[in-house]
Design a protein. Structure first.
Length: 414
């Protein structure tokens, strides 16, 4: 064996290792997750960033990116050369955002960033202000196109760092032909995104603005907005057999639509389980799955992971789902059942040594174990389940008491 040759090969590999950075925030989905649901991690219409760049099935949108760039440049006096030079100067910082080596040369990478970044900015501008929509716009003039494309922007592998969108928009604003962008920022024109996000995830309307400067890309922005409003005490959940909605119902637990607009704020107090509004749309499972995988790779808080686990046990069957629909907890839905969505998503979740809903689950488990709670629930559900049934029971009790009193008086009279 030639030890010198082998040692030199190692040294070459050391020198060519892809540098790991604290700024890394865009990852490839692990094969173990991708192989189960590949379509949920793969863009259908448009590629953003390097991971799916150049794929044949996504080429149709590349011409539209060129048109958007041309029309974007017509509103600013900043030249295309200046934009390209600006991106070239940001290239090292951009590359550090990706978790693996970008297999594009500098020329192709800078070109791709300019096209994709301006495409996203232009989409936001047109969504915010219809006056920017041109007659030849093949996206906004065809509503089905924008609806299908929209879900591609939240995929983990289909991201650009937000800072480059913000910097390019601010650069364009430095010298304008007109005052079209006056008073606008990347945050304000992202209001169009906010409206659509609110359809899929229950959240307060101002959260996107609050977390925008902190977010590293659009999916990270969504993750930040989904954080619970209050930090719970995390602890290990000893018994993972969490009760379902029907089991809780049979133990006398009542369900109420949560008053908060924070999806993860599930609470239990005085026999009432409050659950923020749950909805399921065509792309709900796709969105949830990308948030889950990003959370597992990027942070150690796993808030959304714990929420999905909790809800997968709570909405474990169609009976659980129907019960929550009756109580107003589950709202609009399509043909896909929410119980199926959570059941499928449970496979993508992991059990950590700490679980944010552990205390909540333990209280619910103890409530279900109490014989007294079950007896009260049976009495209420079987005999006091309607006003007429309640009146009948009360009347029967009164009649029984009167009979007892009459019998007692008769015995005393003797």
């Amino acid at each position: 064996m030639d030890e010198k040759k082998l040692a030199d090969s190692f040294r070459w590999e050391f020198n060519n290792l892809y540098p790991l950075s604290q700024e890394c925030c865009i990852y490839r989905v692990p094969h173990s997750k991708r192989r189960l649901n590949p379509d949920d991690y793969t863009p259908k219409i448009v590629s953003i960033g390097p991971f799916h760049h150049g794929k044949e099935e996504l080429q149709a949108m590349e011409d539209q990116k060129i048109r958007y760039l041309q029309q974007f440049l017509q509103r600013t006096k900043v030249s295309i050369e200046d934009f390209l030079a600006f991106i070239k100067g940001k290239e090292p910082k951009l590359l550090k955002c990706y978790a693996e080596t970008v297999k594009l040369g500098s020329y192709d990478f800078v070109r791709m960033v300019l096209l994709d970044a301006v495409f996203l900015v232009e989409l936001l501008l047109r969504g915010c202000n219809p006056n920017f929509i041109t007659n030849d716009d093949r996206i906004f003039r065809k509503p089905w196109m924008i609806n299908q494309m929209w879900s591609d922007f939240w995929l983990l592998e289909n991201q650009l760092p937000l800072f480059i969108l913000n910097d390019l928009f601010n650069l364009a604003k430095t010298s304008m032909y007109e005052d079209s962008y006056v008073g606008h920022s990347l945050v304000t024109i992202s209001g169009w995104f906010r409206k659509d996000v609110l359809n899929y995830f229950l959240m307060e309307e101002n959260l996107l603005e609050i977390y925008f400067s902190e977010a590293q890309h659009f999916l990270d922005l969504l993750r930040l907005c989904l954080q619970p409003s209050q930090r719970r005490v995390k602890k290990e959940l000893i018994a993972q057999n969490m009760p379902s909605a029907m089991e809780l119902h049979q133990a006398g637990v009542k369900f109420k639509l949560g008053s908060t607009r924070k999806l993860l704020d599930v609470t239990f107090n005085k026999g009432i389980l409050e659950i923020p509004l749950l909805t399921v749309y065509e792309n709900t499972e796709r969105f949830y799955r990308n948030v889950l995988v990003f959370e597992s790779m990027h942070v150690n808080t796993h808030y959304f992971n714990d929420y999905v686990l909790l809800m997968s046990y709570l909405v474990n069957s169609t009976k659980d789902e129907e019960l929550l629909i009756q109580n107003g907890v589950i709202g609009h839905r399509n043909s896909e059942r929410l119980s199926s969505v959570f059941h499928n998503l449970r496979k993508d979740c992991g059990w950590a040594c700490s679980f944010q809903y552990a205390c909540l689950v333990e209280v619910l488990q103890n409530h279900c174990r109490s014989p007294w709670n079950r007896r009260k629930a049976i009495l209420r559900q079987n005999y006091f389940n309607s006003p007429w049934a309640s009146i009948s029971i009360i009347a029967a009790v009164i009649l029984l008491l009167l009979t007892f009193i009459q019998t007692t008086c008769s015995i005393i009279a003797l």
